[in-house]
Design a protein around this ligand. Sequence first.
Ligand code: ATP
Length: 576
Amino acid sequence: MFRWLSAAIDGQDRGRLEDAFRWLYTFVRPQSKAIMGLMLLSVFASALVLLQPWLTKLLIDDGLLAKDYGMLVTMSVAMILVGVISTGLSGINRYLHTQLSGKILFSLREHLYAHLQTLSPQFFGGRRIGDILSRLDGDVSQIQRFAVDSMFSALSSVLGLVGALVLLVTLSWKLSLLVLVLIPLEILWLRWMRRKVERQTRIIRERSADLSSFLVETLPAMKFIQAVSQEKRESRKLNRLSDSYLTDLLKLQVTEFFTQAIPGTLTSLTRATAFLIGGYWVIEGQWQLGSLIAFSTYLGMATGPVQSLLGLYVAIQRMSVSLDRVMDLRRAEPDITAPEHPAKLADDMSGEICFDRVSFSYQGRSAPILDHASTVFPAGASIALIGPSGVGKSTLIDLLMRYYDPEQGRVLIDGVNLKQLAPMELRKRVALVSQDITLFRGTLMENIRYAAPEASDAQVQAATDQAQLTELIESLPMGLETPLGERGSQLSGGQKQRVAIARAILQKPAILILDEATSAVDEATEAEVIANVNRIFAGKTRILISHRASTLSGVDLRIELNSGLLVAENTLPEAE
Ligand SMILES: Nc1ncnc2c1ncn2[C@@H]1O[C@H](COP(=O)(O)OP(=O)(O)OP(=O)(O)O)[C@@H](O)[C@H]1O
């Protein structure tokens, strides 16, 4: 089946597509019971649809023309019953269909989201967020529409087609020959058009990704755009993107129109021919009027499914484009993985960090950030990591958090190579407060608890006191329960930093990193925050990165990063 589907699609690597279908099937399989139920319903519904014209034929030929009142009443009642049952079935069908389709759509999206969560910053850095969004939204919906809607419509089409063909032949095998001419012509036409549809669909999906990317990039940056008075420029950009989307959409519409219109016209021609020949037979008394009317209805019923089955071609082309775009996300491999048997860090770990001849450079950049750099961040000490801007201090922290692995050398915590640890285990023990504070829509309380959802109210209260947040909380209308708005837009830079520090306090890490974490607060508040941090995290390893001398005064050790090397210098007098 997967091979057949892949073979029906042009322009793509078949093996790759077969894999994609197999992957898609893993989401459909768990729903097999619901699918069977819906299939049964479809069989019933199709049978009822096919019954209607036959009842009409009996009503005309055996009731009206034969002047049989009993038959007239029976057929009328039967028609009403069939109509009512059909309506009931279509209601149930719709409900179950939406349920099934929703389940497949959401499990697909949740699976992809979980996969994205395993990917490194390198992946997200190299992609436009709007493009990822468009794949997760539009493309996933397109696949779901195919996996459920098109498949069921294909099933009822096959049932409708077979049933209608049988009844057509029963009514008149001679006139049925017309269908034999019509169907091959339609198939030939659609085969010819499908490559065009596939190409244009791909373009449309890309245009839609361009639009999403534009909105995702510019909406959060609106304040900056206003500040530099570039609103018109962005509006023009949106206008250009919309224009090119519309142009390509219209091209696709025209192609799709002709793809469907030619078979439609052929059907009308066939129908007219059937009326001409059949009508002649009725006038000549060789055929009955009811049979002619039923024949014409069944002809429509036979060509309708042929069209929708062939329209399935178009749906497959559209879906294969989306499937490939989604699989592109699925195929992205996580750079950082947990080893099969990960090591554990002791509960009372000391927090010593060792860089052992570590080399690292970013892809596409020639200058290495670290070049056989070695040093030890002693356990329980407060250490200033210093170096000029852009030298690689944050990168070093990324290596320590294992967002990247070194090209050479090892990073060790308590003597354990980070590569032997599950990233989650490591990151639970290291709290990082960086320059960019991530806050989510939700209350202040929820944001502070983000890294330690199990923390009690009293613990949150204590953490906010230690992070100098008391005054802010008192000024907020609902205290800790105040909603923060999109990405904490109601807080100042310094307040955000203190929220992040409270968060880190609750995480109870063995190692704390403050990467420019207090740069946005005034020196007096900073001194207080740092004094508190030193008190709360006494005995834990603390790494401070700052360009402010005051932040770094009073540390136990300074480690300088320069030209890819790490050099440690003691700041305290040697102990006796
Ligand atoms: N994802 C990336 N891909 C390629 N190059 C990068 C990436 N991130 C950072 N760099 C480059 O690596 C170098 C080190 O950046 P990093 O942010 O680690 O410096 P830093 O010492 O923390 O700087 P600052 O003190 O200004 O915060 C810079 O030259 C930067 O341009």
